[in-house]
Design a protein around this ligand. Structure first.
Ligand SMILES: [Zn+2]
Length: 275
C-alpha cells in the first residue's frame, strides 16, 4: 500500500470519526455499505476501524483503544493525539483547503447577493424615480386640463342691443363696440364700405345667411337679393388665452352680420345675423 493511499485512508477515518455517531447502526451500516463499493478502508487500520464501528453500533465488546496507535481512545475509535496529528498533516490540510475555497466561493456568493441587492436597490430607486415622473406627468396633465383653454370655442351668440340706425362709420363702430368692447380684448378696425344682400339683414337673429339662401323659395329671392350699403369692420380678439379675427357688416339701419373665428361656435366662414 502506498503512502498516499494510507494517508487518504487515515484522513477518511478521522473525518468519519469526527462527523458521525457510531452508536447508530443506520449510520454505521451506511458507512460500511459505501465502503463495500469504494474499498477505501483496506489497510490494517481501515479494517480495524470498520470492525470497531460495527462493534460500537452492535454494542459488541471491544477494547476501546485507538484503532491506529492502540492507545486508549476517548471516542472508542481514534485517540485525540491521532485525530490531531492526522488533521494537522500536510495531506489533511491540503484536503481541508478546498473547504476554505468553499468559504471563498461562499464569500463570492455573498458578494453576488450583495450585487443582487444593489441591483434591487437600483431597481427600487428607478421605480421611485419613475413613480415621481409619473406623478409629475399626472400633475402636468391636471394642470393642462384645469388650464384655461387656448382659443376656446365661442358660444354662438347674438347681440342683446337694440338696432339703432347709423349715419356713418364712426356711429357704426360705436354700435359695434357695444357688443365687442375693448375691455374684453376686442379691437374694431374700419375696413371699407361695401354692399351686401338686403335680405341678410332681415333674417332672424342668430340665423345663417348662407343657410337661409339655400332654402329660399323663388318668390322670396326677389326681395332678398337687393343690396344694402354696409360698413365693413374687422374685429379681432386678443386675450391671454385667445386670438381670433372676423368681420362685421352693419347697414344703415344698424343691423349687424358677423363672421369669422371669433364666431367659431358656428361656421366661421358664414355670415350670421347678429343684431
Ligand atoms: Zn491513536
Amino acid at each position: 500500500m502506498d503512502d498516499e493511499k494510507l494517508k487518504q485512508e487515515l484522513f477518511y477515518m478521522v473525518r468519519l470519526t469526527s462527523k458521525y455517531d457510531f452508536k447508530r447502526m443506520d449510520v454505521v451500516e451506511g458507512i460500511l455499505r459505501l465502503e463495500n463499493e469504494r474499498r477505501i478502508l483496506d489497510s490494517v487500520f481501515g479494517r480495524r476501524f470498520k470492525t470497531r464501528i460495527f462493534d460500537i453500533a452492535a454494542e459488541v465488546a471491544h477494547d476501546g483503544n485507538c484503532v491506529i496507535c492502540g492507545q486508549p481512545a476517548e471516542n472508542q475509535v481514534i485517540c485525540n493525539h491521532c485525530m490531531e496529528t492526522i488533521t494537522e498533516s500536510d495531506y489533511a490540510q491540503a484536503r481541508i483547503k478546498p473547504d476554505k475555497n468553499k468559504i471563498k466561493i461562499n464569500l463570492n456568493i455573498l458578494k453576488h447577493i450583495t450585487k443582487q441587492n444593489l441591483k434591487k436597490v437600483i431597481q427600487y430607486i428607478l421605480i421611485v424615480c419613475l413613480s415621481v415622473a409619473f406623478i409629475i406627468q399626472l400633475w402636468i396633465m391636471k394642470l393642462w386640463f384645469t388650464m384655461p383653454e387656448i382659443n376656446p370655442l365661442e358660444k354662438p351668440r347674438v347681440s342683446s342691443y337694440e338696432q339703432i340706425p347709423v349715419a356713418d362709420e364712426t356711429e357704426a363702430k360705436s354700435q359695434l363696440a357695444l357688443d365687442f368692447p375693448e375691455e374684453e380684448g376686442y379691437t374694431i378696425t374700419y375696413g371699407r364700405t361695401d354692399t351686401d344682400y338686403t335680405g341678410r339683414f332681415l333674417i332672424d337673429k342668430g340665423a345663417c345667411c348662407e343657410e337661409v339662401e339655400d332654402s329660399l323659395r323663388e318668390d322670396q329671392r326677389y326681395d332678398y337679393y337687393f343690396s344694402d350699403d354696409v360698413y365693413v369692420f374687422y374685429i379681432s380678439l386678443n386675450t391671454d388665452t385667445a386670438a381670433k379675427v372676423g368681420l362685421a357688416e352693419i347697414n344703415n339701419n344698424g343691423a349687424i352680420l358677423i363672421m369669422g373665428s371669433f364666431n367659431d361656435g358656428r361656421n366661421p366662414n358664414y355670415r350670421y345675423r347678429f343684431r
